[in-house]
Design a protein around this ligand. Sequence first.
Ligand SMILES: [Zn+2]
Length: 88
Amino acid sequence: MFYVPDGTLKAGVYECVECGSRFLDLSTDEEIGCPYCSDDFDMELGPDDLPPGERKDAKLQRIVEGEDVEKFDTLLSLAITGGDYEWI
Ligand SMILES: [Zn+2]
């Protein structure tokens, strides 16, 4: 498991519209902040830009439950490391 703790029963699959990252999160909200974009937050952005905690760049793709959580966690991790992700 890479994104969520072992034994997680329900997780959201997200895709970030900003950087294209796909990841799992314990949240199942429609939109959440992207952890990858937050890392790159530029402190020199103007006052009109939202701080990282308030940006909702990652959109919920689907909700996975039970053993699918671990399956998706593995698949998404493989995708990031160059593995096959034709499954989506
Ligand atoms: Zn992102």
